[in-house]
Design a protein around this ligand. Structure first.
Ligand code: PEP
Ligand code: MN
Length: 336
């Protein structure tokens, strides 16, 4: 059960609601986000919602049977639109395109990518500075020095930054240089990290874990929301299956299902999803057709010498032709 408190609820009214829940043996979780105040009640047995619903201080009340509650579409029927400022939004009619290298490699590369994005009217640049790598000998990112350069060039040009955060202690040091925190597939169920990202007012993109179910992804989003941050997007980036003809199995079934179950924007990552440059564009377009609100894609001026994920990274020219097709496809989807 979710109770949304009135904006002008008094502390007496709140106390009375909590006392009532206590009487009914309903465990109450108080959730205060950057936008609203809620009480998420977990009842053990059936109860009559009318016994609470008429109390003063309640703006809205609803029973949500799903394991996840605040991110459920049963609670909030209108799709969430995340506002990053400067007219950059995610979740509306316009497709959100996030593009950039797998890893931030240096100032020249950042400058080149920024020019590429400006030329193509792309408002969000991706790039990792903390890289989760299977081998400890692989390039693991430029860290904070790279992030500061990345943010400097982007903010000077009106471009928003999305980058991966790998551990709780990085949240604080990164926060002033990030517009969207990316939670990578390997950290999709790092609950301490999700808790920490719930207490900041920055957008969070949560990738689906390699063997994560849709319900688990939604539960991860619930961690962030219930800790106080409503600016969340969900990302399908492929799961690990028996198939080894490609890097991962991009599960586009997840897109309509996530859109049905949740009000949060859904982003598709075709680069990690298929892992083969020659098929990234096709899967990106399929992602838009399946209902995605955005696409995150890897692009590099010379993928052959990229420090990571070169095999799945688009050349500038390929990306440019993809952006046009993505936008045209989104128009088509909007017209259905
Ligand atoms: C990335 O975005 O470069 C990345 C490491 O993604 P994932 O967590 O999906 O593997
Ligand atoms: Mn990558």
């Amino acid at each position: 059960m979710i109770i949304q408190l009135s904006p002008n609820v008094t502390s007496e009214e709140k106390k009375a609601i909590l006392a009532k829940l206590d009487d009914l043996k309903i465990k109450a979780n108080i959730v205060s986000t950057q936008f609203k105040n809620y009480i998420v009640g977990i009842p053990k047995t059936d109860f009559d919602i009318r016994s609470i619903g008429t109390m003063k201080g309640i703006a809205d009340i609803h029973c949500v049977s799903d394991a996840y509650k605040l991110v459920s579409k049963k609670w909030k029927v209108n799709n969430t639109i995340i506002d990053l400022g400067n007219n950059v939004t995610i979740g509306g009619k316009e497709l959100a395109i996030m593009a950039g290298p797998c890893s931030i490699e240096g100032e020249k590369q950042i400058e080149h990518t920024v020019q590429h994005l400006l030329k193509n009217n792309i408002k969000i640049m991706r790039g990792g500075v903390y890289k989760p790598r299977s081998s400890p000998y692989a390039f693991r990112g430029m860290g904070m020095d790279g992030l500061k350069l990345f943010y400097k060039h982007c903010s000077e040009n009106g471009i928003k930054v999305i980058t991966e955060v790998m551990q709780v202690s990085q949240v604080e040091e990164m926060i002033d240089y990030v517009d969207i925190f990316q939670v990578g597939a390997r950290n999709s169920q790092n609950f301490n990290l999700l808790d920490a990202l719930g207490s900041v007012d920055k957008a969070v993109l949560i990738k689906r874990g390699m063997s994560g179910t849709i319900e688990e992804l939604l539960a991860s989003a619930e961690y962030v929301f219930s800790n106080g941050n409503e600016k969340i997007m969900l990302c399908e980036r492929g799961i690990r299956t028996f198939e080894n003809a490609y890097r991962n199995t991009l599960d586009l079934n997840a897109v309509p299902i996530l859109k049905e179950k949740s009000h949060l924007p859904v982003i598709v990552d075709p680069s990690h999803g298929i892992g083969l440059r020659q098929h990234v564009a096709t899967m990106a377009l399929a992602g838009v057709m399946s209902g995605a609100d955005g696409i995150i894609v890897e692009v590099h001026e010379n993928p052959e010498i990229a420090f990571s994920d070169g095999q799945q990274t688009l050349y500038d020219g390929q990306a440019e032709s993809l952006y046009k097709k993505l936008r045209a496809t989104k128009e088509l989807v909007n017209s259905f």
